[in-house]
Design a protein around this ligand. Sequence first.
Ligand code: SF4
Length: 463
Amino acid sequence: MTMAGTAMRGNEGTIRAMGPTPALRRGACPTLAAPMQTGDGLLARLRPASGSFTADAFLALLDAAETFGTGRLDITARGNLQIRGLRTASVAPLSTAVHRAGIVPCEGIAVEMPPLAGLDPSEVADPRPLARKLAERIAGSGLDLAPKLAVIVDGGGRLHLDGVAADIKLVAGATDSTLLWHLLVAGKQTGVCGTEDEMIEAAMSVVADIAAYGSAARARDLPVEHLPPGSSLLAYREVSLSPVGRFDLGASVVLGIAPAFGQMAAHVVRPLILAAVAEGVSAVRLAPGRAFLLVGPAGWNTSAIVSLAASLGFVVHAGDPALRIDACAGQVGCASGRIDTHAVASHLIAHAPALMDGSLDLHVSGCAKGCARPRVADLTLVAMSCDGQPGLGIVLGGRAGDRPVATKRLEDGASAITALGQRVAETVEKGESAAACLQRLGPARIAAAFSAARFNGIDHAGL
Ligand code: SF4
């Protein structure tokens, strides 16, 4: 491992460091062994250690989700599967069913990989061997690390993970036909690159540095002098593609499909998986961007499965505006939810198209907790009280729990969303994005547009 300039010649989703699982502590990720209490019971997050489910195992998992939970499942923004509605007594049987299906769930620190790892001929390198070794080293280190510490090994390819944040990232780059892995820490390129073995040592050195700052420390907490100096020799990469769509990978064809807003019911997805299996699909992978990938044979004609998925309400086109909105389970799937988040999001898509040009990060939340998007969004619609009545708030550039610029009674919520969309449509200048338009309007005028709307007599179901 050396610095840039004097550089020494230098399954698929996730492998986890398998360590002892502590009881769920503050800031910890819910797991099968330590699920999290939510508004609709316990929630367990699951990811196969191999990064891939066999189709049979995935079907068994759907059965288990229905038997031991409510049958509702989420795919998170980072591509984890969440099983909802568990009870204390059903956690152990679920775990047994998962193991019986041959699924080895990840526990401990995640070492994530692109969802097409090992399948995509355009990747610079197959990241799986390095990810596996790094996961083993982290698990064996005995270090007390923050549960959400994120480690990525990215071999590149169509669905590379440049857009996914991580404390530590190893990214494959090739110079003069020589493969080098480059180290990024807290999202910043360093000058450190080297071979697989060298970069395991480099990554472990950063892991140890982070651990020295406490069990809740993240890479961003490291003082600048602890970060390796220099800049990377990593070449520019095209933006990662949407995981939704068809990927012809030569030896296989992969079809990416997304449940609307990342949530699906087992009884809805089951017929899709069964039909895909009948067409030769052998595996299911999860992808960042709340999607799942069906891995089929070479030359697979995916058109029938695409049609079936669309008829079942799944997102099958990368340009679908539903992919631009983070929405939690809401009152349909969570006892804490005070609005039908999916109805609000659907209303946003249908009646405020000016806001759907892709320039805005949009979030709809059933309460101030903001499960679907813990980070800031450009525009958040969140359930909150208004004049002592159920209402809808609008937060700009913040989280669901932040102070709204305006609130409306729920009965006026649909009209308020429509009015805001109309205001942007009337104000936006040629070539201007919705984000730039909202910026130009400013909070006061946005709040005025939202607040002025009154119930227009149309029953907007769920709002
Ligand atoms: S943000 Fe949504 S899913 Fe989370 S607790 Fe509130 S209503 Fe439930």
